[in-house]
Design a protein around this ligand. Structure first.
Ligand code: DLL
Length: 432
């Protein structure tokens, strides 16, 4: 099967006709099969057959993470359990996990989407796909794995962790595409260096990185240290897992697979749909899923939609890389701060390593944001005066970008914990 699906370059009219047909089918089916959706749809004044155009989407009710939790574990499934062939779950930081289920058909559709995603990022059947996302209830490992196999590439089911072994296998098996979180990619690069593995010993040419926010500057760093092309892949368990959107070789936003999901951007405060180009909360509606299909799922991720066709020829809307989550936002003395903004500033200052953590505390009723960042080994041996200058520079630049004063703590190389999956960028002691 050719995994450059022509649907990706369809004229918008044709695509929208497909979306409408699928949206109508999904809304009607959820009304029939899932009491929760029936109630919500009725409250919004909808009965089967009422979705007449894509504009009606705006009138449909949202689904939230709390709705999934309230119906834990399987309450929103639209098929009997005997038709569910796979369960995944995302642990989240608080409360019950979010549980999702797939039919055999859903697994096929998902594998196909991920196969397409690998192709969008420049991969092919000739690639050896090193999957270092965790295997398990997390969707990353199995998601990329099935996609790589579906494409006909060679899947290496490494899972996360045991980094030295990852490097050894990468050398021995000739991995060409690395799939993991951006923070883990840096960890692997560092271990590769420590093991004295030369660039010529590995065949890596690109990486498909996601599952956590990362900045363009972090991408530059990863591309520099690994000498590869790094592509941002986005997804979430509730919607399908990885494979909702991905960057093509142009790297100007992530192509949303709009034949399977309809994206919207809303104002997180009012719930109103925002015009193109405005930043807000991403919302997705599943239009090609049987087991669990969500209407207008509020992701809490912040992005923008780009509606112009991409120079690569694809016509599906793109989303800008995620700048943060509505629930990741730190409010420091009234100022909204996203870890990715701090990352962007840090990554532009020479002498620092790409490892940092933000620690927030409240001392004498005042919020204190401490930016802990590792210095590079060369900088570490500098004289105190130079380190003090560096500290001041970081403080000034972060402060002028964020508009809030911060404390800076330079850390020894390798003193900040390395991630093997999703990195923890902020520790908020005010909530502990
Ligand atoms: O992280 C699915 C995934 C696996 C995506 C592998 C990409 C690669 P969850 O564990 O349910 O699913 O977490 C979903 O992770 O709402 C975002 O906040 C964040 N996230 C995922 N991809 C990106 C990305 C997987 N490329 C949550 N950039 C989402 C920023 C991302 N954040």
């Amino acid at each position: 099967m050719d995994h450059f699906n022509p649907v990706e370059t369809w004229e918008r009219d044709r695509l929208q006709a497909l979306q409408l047909e699928r949206l109508q089918e999904t809304a009607d089916r959820l009304f029939e099969k899932v009491p929760f959706f029936r109630r919500k749809l009725e409250e919004a004044g909808f009965k089967p057959g009422d979705v007449k155009s894509l504009e009606d989407l705006e009138k449909l009710p949202f689904t939230t993470k709390d709705d999934l939790r309230d119906n834990y574990p399987f309450g929103l499934f639209a098929v009997p359990m005997r038709d569910i062939v796979r369960i995944h779950a995302s642990s989240g930081t608080t409360g019950k996990p979010t549980v999702v289920g797939y039919t055999a058909q859903d697994i096929q559709v998902w594998a196909d989407l991920v196969a397409r995603a690998i192709v969008v990022a420049g991969g092919s059947q000739d690639d050896v796909v090193h999957v270092a996302y965790g295997y398990g209830l997390f969707t990353g490992g199995l998601g990329l794995h099935y996609g790589a196999e579906k494409l006909g590439a060679t899947a290496l089911p490494m899972s996360g962790g045991n980094t030295k072994r990852q490097v050894r296998m990468m050398v021995d098996f000739g991995s060409t595409i690395l799939c993991c979180t951006p923070s883990y990619a840096l960890n692997i690069a560092e271990v590769m260096n420590e093991l004295g593995v030369e660039r010529g010993e590995i065949k890596l040419k690109s990486a498909i990185l996601g599952a956590e926010p990362w900045s363009n500057e972090m991408r530059d760093e990863i591309e520099r240290v690994l000498e590869i092309s790094a592509h941002d892949i986005y997804g979430l368990s509730e919607v399908v897992g990885p494979g909702v959107s991905i960057e093509c070789v142009e790297k100007k936003g992530l192509h949303v697979f709009e034949d399977s999901f309809i994206p919207e951007i809303i104002d997180p405060g009012t719930g109103k749909v925002l015009p193109p180009g405005e930043s807000g909360e991403l919302v997705f509606t599943n239009i090609n899923k049987e087991g669990l299909a969500l209407l207008r799922y509020r992701t809490r991720d912040i992005s923008k939609l780009i509606k112009e066709a991409c120079p690569c020829g694809r016509t599906h809307y793109r989303m800008e890389r995620i700048t943060g989550r509505t629930d990741d936002m730190l409010i420091i003395r009234g100022v909204n701060v996203f870890p990715s903004q701090v990352e962007m500033v840090l990554m532009q200052i020479p002498g620092l390593a790409p490892h940092y953590q933000l620690v927030v505390d409240r001392i004498d009723n005042l919020d204190i944001l401490e930016v802990q960042v590792e210095v590079s080994p060369e900088t570490f041996s500098d004289e105190i005066k130079r380190l003090e200058d560096l500290e001041r520079k970081i403080r000034d630049e972060v402060q002028s970008y964020l508009g809030v004063s911060v404390k800076v703590r330079l850390m020894e190389p390798r003193s900040i914990g390395r991630s093997e999956g999703k990195a923890v960028r902020a520790v908020d002691k005010r909530r502990i």
